[in-house]
Write a protein that binds this ligand. Structure first.
Ligand code: AGP
Length: 606
């Protein structure tokens, strides 16, 4: 899950590559590098750390070139050192390439190439590709050598190649890792994600799997892995109304937390009518016909959204629903019945685990994908998809995509209910009216952010936190805990309130902070007892509950309140406090909030 960019054209390639890499830094930021050809020699500049460090070096050297490739890395094979930074080359430094993905058979290939006296200068899987191509070029012309090379590789790869001896050539290859190509007025661009080049182009070729792009000066052609030419249509790029700027916020994460009301409005608008109580999220009726089970596949935050969605699907749609981590699904030895509907949730639409899981049932079962990225791999590989309309989410920690996924699952379950006559029209209209109020109620919670900031200053030095919730707010506790771990590096764990007494309660000691998500709902009485049990043992209680709940207030050291809402909708509000709490704790601890260590936004490795 790295980001790659390529450019060939009239402008200074360095400006375009650096700008592209900055936009792709969400994919990884361990190290960054560029390569270009100068006087028939490959030149490389590589820096450990973020793209800004690479930019400094490039600015110092005042490089001007009209063709280059660049890479921002999330280390998989080999530490994030300078030697392991892309681009990588062959023994004679005649080839430079950048790679996103993983070469699964690299060890086998490396041993074979070593036996042919190839010298390796990194620990990466990527470097074998350069040497393999070098080996092929000894016997075959360039195009055949590319074909021979890529057809031996196992795993996932988006690749860009340049050649010292052919400065006007750039070759792009895509298999199981995203790659976009675009051309405008004779200038050509490659990027892992359209976001890397969208400032320069209006149309792009979203390459399908097993595609080669052969770019010679400004002429380009597409080929499959057998070498046959193919046509790919260019698509208009939808420019988002959300900007990729911080708009005065200190971090993208904070900006994105505050964008949630708007993201939900954008996601639900035009998809329902309160007047006649109908829902149409743009999926075919046939998808719900005859289904008796729903399985949701997702990871991380999207998994938590799926857990909340499962309550909607069961309660409104009346269909038994299970939520499975995509990374675990391939190990299941199941013969899925045709009557099971799959829902894949992924904000990026690129998560390798989820992609693999849906490939397992593709062609046999109906699949609906929920993503935030129109041209992502999961969107394109699913017969049916529904988009959240959040605009790009830059912060690694997902926030606005989470609440928009939940909003979409709410509508999806009401559409299912409508089709199955599970709820009556009056009940559906009532739920839609309540959903419509959520963005304004969220704004009310966001207006209290200074309260959270204040209490974060009290708790930020704690070394661990426990989160509890029950029923529909148990996944909120899990998501709140994930946010805290991700950006503050504080250890935390989330439990269903009912599970405390089955073990984790032994962790509670004088002053252990316990965050309880306990709004007014069917689980409230029970979670109050759980809070009481923890308090008796010395826990400091930070609660998120419903305004006016004096019982909860009396048990809490700090309480944040949401307005009274339908019990199914409280997660939209309780999570905002949990997100802000994690944010302000991390801010106090002075960590890199938008790009936390070891993480990447788009997880394209299994
Ligand atoms: C969220 O804050 C995390 N960065 C991560 O858990 C993420 O939700 C997970 O990797 C799944 O990503 P996806 O939604 O793009 O598939």
């Amino acid at each position: 899950m790295c980001g790659i960019v390529g450019y060939m054209g009239k402008e200074n390639a360095m400006d375009i590559i650096i700008n592209g890499l900055k936009h792709l830094e969400y994919r990884g930021y361990d190290s960054a590098g560029v390569a270009f050809v100068e006087k028939k020699k490959i030149k490389k500049i590589r820096e450990k750390g973020k793209v800004d460090l690479l930019k400094k070096e490039i600015d110092k050297l005042k490089i001007i070139t009209h063709s280059a490739i660049g890479h921002t890395r999330w280390a998989t094979h080999g530490s994030p050192s300078k030697e392991n930074t892309h681009p990588h080359s062959d023994c004679k430094n005649k080839i430079a390439l950048v790679h996103n993905g993983i070469i699964e058979n690299y060890l086998e290939l490396k041993n074979l190439l070593k036996s042919k006296k190839h010298k390796f200068s990194s620990d990466t899987d990527t470097e074998v590709i350069a040497h393999l191509l070098e080996e092929n070029l000894k016997h075959y012309p360039i195009f055949d050598s590319i074909l021979n090379t890529i057809n031996i590789l196992k795993g996932s790869f988006a690749l860009l190649f340049i050649f010292a001896d052919y400065p006007e050539l750039m070759i792009g290859v895509r298999k199981n890792s995203p790659l976009v190509f675009a051309e405008k007025d004779g200038d050509s661009f490659f990027s892992s994600d359209i976001i890397g080049i969208s400032t320069y182009v209006d149309r792009a070729y979203f390459l399908e799997d097993e595609t080669i792009v052969f770019l010679n000066k400004s002429k380009f052609s597409f080929f499959d892995f057998k070498g046959a030419e193919k046509k790919i249509p260019a698509k208009r790029i939808e420019k988002s109304s959300f900007f990729i700027e911080k708009k005065g916020f200190k971090h993208f994460m904070l900006k994105e937390i505050f964008e949630q009301p708007e993201a939900i409005r954008e996601t639900i608008q035009d998809r329902y009518s309160i007047e006649d109580g109908t829902i149409n999220i743009g999926i075919d009726k046939s998808l719900f016909e005859g289904i008796d089970k729903i399985k949701i596949l997702s990871c991380g935050t999207s998994y938590h959204a799926g857990l909340i969605g499962s309550y909607f699907l069961e309660s409104f749609g009346g269909v038994e629903t299970s939520v499975i981590l995509s990374s675990e699904y391939p190990y299941k030895e199941l013969k899925e019945k045709e009557t099971t509907l799959f829902i894949a949730i992924s904000q990026s639409g690129e998560t390798a685990d989820t992609l693999k899981a849906i490939r397992k049932v593709k062609g046999k079962n109906r699949i609906i994908a929920i993503t935030n990225v129109p041209e992502s791999s999961i969107t394109r590989e699913s017969d049916n998809y529904v988009l959240t309309h959040c605009g790009p989410e830059i912060s690694v920690a997902a926030t606005k995509t989470f609440t928009s996924q939940v909003a979409l699952l709410f509508l999806l379950s009401l559409q299912l209910s409508q089709q199955k006559n599970a709820l009556n029209k009056k009940e559906i209209i009532k739920l839609l009216e309540e959903l419509r109020k959520i963005p304004v109620q969220m704004e009310g919670v966001l207006n209290k952010s200074s309260l959270i900031e204040k209490s974060a200053s009290k708790f930020y030095q704690k070394e661990n936190f426990l989160y509890i919730g029950r029923w529909i707010n148990y996944p909120v506790a899990m998501e709140g805990s994930l946010k805290l771990k991700e950006i503050s590096y504080i250890f935390s764990e989330a439990y269903s309130g009912g599970q405390l007494k089955h073990g984790p309660i032994s962790l509670i000691d004088e002053g252990t902070p316990l965050i309880a998500i306990a709004p007014e709902d069917r689980a409230k009485v029970k979670i109050l007892s759980n809070i009481e049990e923890a308090k008796t043992r010395g826990a400091e209680i930070i609660s998120i509950g419903t305004k006016g709940d004096s019982e909860l207030l009396s048990l809490s050291d700090v309480m944040f309140s949401i307005p009274p809402v339908n019990e199914f909708l409280s997660p939209f509000l309780t999570i905002v406090y949990a997100q802000l709490f994690a944010y302000y704790i991390a801010l106090r601890r002075g960590v890199d909030i938008d790009q936390p260590r070891n993480l990447a936004k788009s997880v394209t490795v299994e």
